[in-house]
Design a binder for this molecule. Structure first.
Ligand code: SF4
Length: 498
């Protein structure tokens, strides 16, 4: 067996979004892959959502259940802890990534093994568990197909549901042929790039790992406080293998993943698969409650992960991000994500949800954050498509604007002297009604010199380059009307003369 490898590159040290996006936009193959994949998933989602006449009611039910969970989270977590313990599980509390990683490493070491199989999990990506395990000499084998592709390619995930969305079939085949033999069973001779052949190669490669593994690590989609039941939904069956074959199961659960009762699960098992993969129901739904002698793992450890979530909860606007069920519907409709892909966001949570969740988890409201984190709330056109698609009605544009204000108020935002001067001028103008009137009058005079009703390219002096110059270089702006509303009102006495 090869030595455990610390995955590089990590997200740490990524450039701010505008720079990263510029580099990603220069990759036409990736743009084509992303466009094809997101449009396919969007079409499937739209079709299955249209089948449900009560979709809007389901969304509102999902929103209400999650808001209820957030309103009484501490009590529900204690309820969950008691239920899991009563069913024979062990519960651990982790304030941050370091604590969570240390707990996992300690459990694996206590089992006397040096490898684990993993179910795809955003929480373990968030805490960079694979790197922590590698540093402890423990191999972590990803078993989700897309996550396997990312791991073998020494790559980073770029989508929440389909981490290898930026890769096409030919690229995946090349990764399998090159890398599989290095860490286990090699790819078959003359492997084609047909999806069925690639899936079969992954199945064979993973099977020996499933059968050998003594410890598995998973995340969870939901946990039910009343019963202590944990739930994973997935499409490939790899999750079920991990959750049932090994002797010890460790689940890392973000504390916001709670549902109060079994009945609540009904709502989310309709919302999640339709929003995530455009399916009426996902192929595999695994649920377990503690341990059952003679059936499944003999030990179950549940790690309750905070890692910034309590801080997010304390913000009345930003906390709605904690409703997220990680379906990625907002990514698939986002015009910015579709063109840049997930890597530009420099976070395990890309796209619109990443733009509001990552800065909050990193503490944008309280701590000095790096330029990359401060750039994320600006990675959006605020078109609102994400809100329309979100199955739990997270008003992502509202949170983006809220976070932008925090960044700017803290003096940590993207800075440009011309933009600052423009904003100061606007503030001065809006302070007195006569100043607005005067500005409108001047704009109206200027409108007489504009052709075809638009302001086209403006020959600005060089020192007004930066965002102002770039804005005018790329856009036509509608010309102001020749007569302002105020002077029209004065002239016509509010339209009485018409
Ligand atoms: S924000 Fe909404 S649409 Fe986006 S991943 Fe979360 S639940 Fe899905």
């Amino acid at each position: 067996m090869t030595a455990a490898v610390r995955r590089e590159p990590t997200f740490v040290g990524m450039p701010p979004f505008p720079e990263a996006a510029e580099a990603e936009l220069a990759n036409p193959v990736q743009r084509a892959n992303l466009r094809a994949a997101t449009h396919t998933i969007r079409a499937k989602r739209d079709a299955v959502v249209a089948e449900l006449p009560d979709w809007e009611l389901l969304r509102r039910a999902g929103e209400a259940i999650k808001d209820d969970v957030l309103a009484r989270l501490p009590g529900l977590l204690e309820h969950l802890e008691a239920a899991v313990r009563a069913a024979g599980g062990v519960v651990h509390w982790a304030r941050d990534a370091a604590e969570a990683n240390a707990i996992v490493v300690d459990i694996v070491r206590a089992e006397g093994v040096d490898e684990v199989v993993k179910v795809k999990s955003m929480a373990t990506e968030e805490i960079e568990l694979n790197n922590a395990l590698a540093e402890a000499g423990i191999h972590a084998w990803e078993t989700d197909l897309a996550q396997l592709i990312v791991q073998l390619g020494d790559d980073l995930p770029s989508h929440i549901v389909v981490p290898a969305i930026h890769r096409n079939r030919a690229q995946i085949r090349e990764i399998f042929v090159r890398e599989m033999g290095r860490v286990g069973r090699p790819a078959p001779e003359r492997l084609s790039d047909e999806p069925a052949a690639l899936a079969a190669a992954a199945r064979l490669h993973l099977r020996e790992k499933f059968l050998r593994a003594k410890v598995a690590v998973s995340g969870a989609n939901f946990a039910i406080a009343d019963t202590g039941t944990v739930c994973v939904v997935e499409s490939e069956g790899n999750g079920r293998m991990c959750l049932t074959l090994p002797e010890t199961l460790i689940t890392v659960l973000g504390v916001e993943k709670l549902l109060p009762t079994w009945g609540d699960l009904e709502v989310f098992l309709q919302l999640l698969p339709r929003s995530a993969t455009g399916e009426r129901m996902n192929p595999y739904t695994s649920m377990w409650t503690g341990i059952t002698p003679g059936d499944g793992p003999r030990e179950f450890h549940l790690i309750l992960l905070d890692n910034g979530r309590s801080d997010v909860l304390s913000d009345p606007v930003g906390r709605q991000a904690l409703r997220c069920i990680r379906c990625a519907a907002c990514l698939n409709v986002c015009p910015v994500y579709e063109r840049t892909g997930g890597h530009a966001y420099g976070s395990v949570y890309p796209g619109p949800i990443g733009a509001i969740l990552t800065p909050q988890l990193r503490g944008i409201a309280r701590h000095p954050v790096d330029a990359q984190t401060a750039s994320l709330p600006f990675a959006s056109s605020l078109c609102g498509a994400c809100f329309d698609a979100c199955p739990v009605r997270i008003d992502i544009p509202e949170v983006l604007v809220h976070l932008r204000a925090q960044v700017v108020d803290g003096g940590r935002g993207p800075h440009d002297r011309a933009e600052d001067a423009g904003m100061k001028t606007l503030r001065w103008m809006f302070e007195k009604p006569w100043r607005i009137g005067f500005a409108q009058h001047v704009a109206g005079v200027g409108a007489h010199f504009v052709r075809h009703g638009v302001i086209g390219r403006v020959p600005l002096p060089k020192r007004v380059s930066g965002p102002v110059g770039a804005w005018f270089a790329d856009r036509d702006a509608p010309a102001p009307p020749a007569e302002s509303f105020r002077s029209w009102y004065k002239r016509t006495e509010g339209g009485r003369e018409l």
